[in-house]
Write a protein that binds this ligand. Sequence first.
Ligand code: ADP
Length: 171
Amino acid sequence: MLNSSGLMPRIAIYPGSFDPPTNGHLDIIERASTLFDTLVVAVGTNSEKSPFMSVNERMAALNESTTHLQNVRIDTFKGLLVKYAQDQGSRVLVRGLRAISDFDYEFRVSMANKNLAPEIETVFLIAKEEYSFIASSVVKEMAQLGADFSKFVPGPVAERMAKILAERPED
Ligand code: ADP
C-alpha cells in the first residue's frame, strides 16, 4: 500500500542497547518518527553479558515511553542488524550522534553495514544540546551509586529502574 504521498511506506529502524532508554534516546525516537512512516525501535539482544535491565524490561519501558507516538513500534533483534532490517522491509537505519567520540565507532559500523548491504542507508540525527551528555552507561552508574538519575530518563524508565534497584541484593 502507498502512503499519503503516493510512495512506498518508509520503515526506519533505530537499533541500540537502550540499557536503559534515556531522554536522549526518546528525543531521537520522537524526531525520527516525524521523518518516516514507521519507526521500529529495535533492542539488540546480543551485546552485554550482564545488563542492568532485561531485554523484556527495556522493551516494556520503551513501549510505555512512546505511547504518544502512533507510528513507533518496539521490537527486538538478534544477530546481523542489516539482515534484520531487510527482513523488516527497511532500507534505513537511524543512529544518534552525540559528540566526535561517537563518530569513529558509528563511522566504522555504518561502513561495515554498507559493505554487507549496499542498499541500506544509515541516517544520523545529531543529539539535542541538552541531551548530548546523556549516556546509558552514565545513567546506570549514577543509579548504582545512589545518585538521582530521574531527570535523565523518561518517567516509566525511572520507575522501572527504581524497582530494579530496590529488589537488588546489597553488595
Ligand atoms: P549501542 O550499544 O548500539 O550504541 P545505545 O543504546 O548506547 O546502543 O545507543 C543507541 C543509539 O542512540 C546510538 O546511535 C547512540 O549514539 C544514540 N544515543 C545514545 N544516547 C544518546 C543521546 N543522549 N542523544 C542522542 N543519541 C543518543
